[in-house]
Design a protein around this ligand. Structure first.
Ligand code: 13P
Length: 261
């Protein structure tokens, strides 16, 4: 069995300018230091707005902090006449490890379909970024098709043409749970994450299915993180609102102290 290192990722969405970003990352690092929590058993990643990334990179590098970071989106193109878009090349050059692809807010606000998401996944991989591929059903989908059908279809499409040995992260984020304060139940999230692991097995390889981290996202807080990561197929969380509160996010990062195996 491959041991999957948990990943706690904070998606800041459109919050914090670069000055607040610096103060925030510094605060998290102090809280974890004071709590004597070594960031070795858990990967921690921040997803700041593009305009903050350089500042976050400089702080992490100069203070030798054990945090990774990434972009919230990328262009499917390398460069050229695409006003407002950001290339994987630029993100890689800034030291990004990850990039979020296909977040439901991009699917909604920017009409990103499965085809665009698949192209972005390939663009990320081409330049050595780990795509964090987001999938999830709306409340309407849930009622019509049940919890796994739409996420499974979305992930199958996103992994079309992907190399069998690519490193990816998958995040199951039910749209109805995002920002609503109503998280999925751990059992339901586990069922969908297991189905998504099945898709990884089919579209990539059994090795990839065993080693790929599948996260849950949607109203994750310090009070419920342990119940999710305790599930067999859930390897961490993609956190929105609670990732903007340093004390709360630091508690989520320290979940191993609260999980009784
Ligand atoms: P919340 O944690 O605010 O529900 O957001 C989840 C999310 O969309 C992370 O990408």
């Amino acid at each position: 069995m491959v041991a999957r290192k948990p990943l706690i990722a904070g998606n800041w969405k459109m919050n914090f300018d670069h000055m607040r970003a610096i103060a925030f990352v510094q605060k998290i690092s102090w809280i974890l230091k004071d709590a004597k929590f070594p960031v070795t058993d858990v990967d921690v990643a921040f997803f700041p707005p593009f305009t903050d990334i350089r500042s976050v990179q400089t702080l992490i590098d100069s203070d030798g902090l054990a945090f990774a970071f990434g972009g919230q989106d990328l262009s499917p193109h390398d460069e050229g006449a695409h006003t407002g878009d950001i290339s994987a090349l630029f993100l890689k050059k800034l030291g990004c490890t990850y990039v979020i692809v296909g977040h439901s807010e991009r699917r909604q606000d920017h009409h990103e379909n499965d085809e665009i998401v698949a192209a972005k996944v390939l663009a990320a991989l081409k330049h050595g970024l780990v795509p964090v591929i987001c999938v999830g059903e709306t409340a309407e989908d849930l009622e019509k098709f049940g919890p796994s059908a739409v996420p499974v279809t979305q992930l199958t499409a996103a992994l079309r043409a992907i190399p069998a040995d690519a490193e990816i992260v998958v995040a199951y984020e039910p749209v109805w749970a995002i920002g609503s304060g109503k998280a999925a139940s751990p059992a339901q999230a586990q069922d969908v994450c297991a189905a998504l692991r099945g898709v990884i097995g089919r579209e990539m390889s059994t090795d990839a299915a065993a080693s790929t981290r599948v996260l849950y996202g949607g109203s994750v807080k310090s009070g419920n993180i342990a119940s999710f990561v305790r599930e067999k197929d859930i390897d961490g969380a993609l956190v929105g609102g609670a990732s903007l509160d340093a004390e709360e996010f630091a508690k989520i990062v320290q979940f191993p102290r609260h999980v009784i195996a």
